[in-house]
Design a binder for this molecule. Sequence first.
Ligand code: AMP
Length: 556
Amino acid sequence: MQTFYEIGLKPEILESIAQIGFVKPTPVQTQTIPFILGTDKDLIAMAQTGTGKTAAFGLPILNRIDPFSDKVQTIILSPTRELCLQITDDLKTFAANLPVNIVAVYGGAPIVQQMKELKRGCQIVVGTPGRVNDMMNRNKLDLSAISFLVLDEADEMLKMGFKDEMDAILDQTPETKQTLLFSATMPADIARMAGKYMKKAERISVGPENTAHKNISHEYCVTTPPNCYQALRRIADINPDIYSIVFCRTRIETKEIADRLISDGYNADSLHGDLSQAQRDLVMNRFRNRSLQILVATDVAARGLDVDNLTHIIHYHLPDDQESYIHRSGRTARAGKSGISIAIITPGEMRRLPFFERQAGAKFTHRMVPSGREVFEKRLFNFVDSINDAQPKGYDLDVYMAEMMKRFGSLSKEEIIKKFMSLEFNRYHADYQKAPDLNVATAEHKPRRERDRDTAPRRAASGQFTRYTINLGIRNKIKPDTLINIINRQTPDMKIAIGKIDIQQKFAYFETDSQHDKHLQQAFHRAKYKGLPLTIQPFMKDTSKRKKKRELAWKE
Ligand code: AMP
């Protein structure tokens, strides 16, 4: 791979990117920078946000424009105000050692100030389509002499309804310009637009192969609709350092989930279209500086939010279309980091997963919603670790040591630790102890071949399975996954491996790892299914006497 130096960028640019800390080009930069430096041909680059695409077009454009001409030489169109400001900031940083002026024009801010800035002269304009079009109609922006037109997140601009404005802007640009189109996805209307406005464009793709993409672990868990919120809480609880965007489908849902999280004591807030620009800025700044750990947002509201180091993207529901999934999940695992994209889905949504897998170019991994016990343990040990790291700040505890030791009296170290932990964890334990299993067995919703695999014998950790009979059968409308659910429900903290299941008319056989024999029988003590007391018995090869006895016991 070539270095930035070998690619042939100007020393002034090399110096500024060295100051930022860019050591080597990202995959999209490796492909686009030499191309833009070496040819005037148009370019269609499939690249998501987070791949380094701003520098991919920004660096070669800065290298090629004439800093001593006051004419606008480049227009960069972006879908949102936030992305527009982000691109402007990045370009200004890259151009720190060049006499280049960059102006941002975007809606939701006074137009007069932006007009003044344009009047002062600049070589690069970054703008949202609506405001750029407005400026052109008012004769405040002349794009007749541009050399570069960049369409950033072109798919988003079309999706947000900017087609007419984009057409109007593009019509007033010269034939000779080089057009660079960046898009995370390539829906049909982007292909049509490219066909209309671009000349024999070169195509490059850093989609599924790029490293940012590979670093995303795509996961899902399955629960019932009423349990989605609790599943979200467990995911947050088991990741104490979570820094996440939770995507919801509607403004109402966004607000409702954020409000519940806040009242449950999470560091969360919401971002949606009902907020004023000032409120949006406030929320975004709090999220950017990490005063908020969880931001609950709609797809549209989160568009321009550019934040590195997100640990999780949580899909409170799958989005309506697969492109939105790519945009959402591409917000984690940026700049070479890794991240998790996890969807909380209901059984009804299972059938949509394969489409998302195809679009993401990755297989999704099924994750269990953590059990109450897992969450409890995680928080307990996390607390222990934070105690290990804690230091008194600005005061000296040593001076109180003698008195404290006196008050602890004869307590041993273990006793002090226990008391200390119970002070913090008694409440949690009460909460988590009765926390139900939130997982839904998914076998029923999988394709036939996978379903078979799920009910096929699995390996028992102990190497041995015990076969049980249970007084539920076809007459009780029992299917293998109902039975798995019942076993999981009765043993919420055990993760028992379940082997073969065989459902007869009045009873069923199932196998479980023999190491859990004792617990399993206890767990079914007084268990009921739809009001029917459940009985499980280890299965012993039937002598005809035993068989008769059992059949008698389970007769109606
Ligand atoms: P972008 O896709 O342009 O939004 O960039 C995503 C993040 O990657 C930003 O924080 C950039 O500063 C960072 N970035 C871009 N290029 C590089 C590079 N060559 N080396 C390290 N970080 C980069």
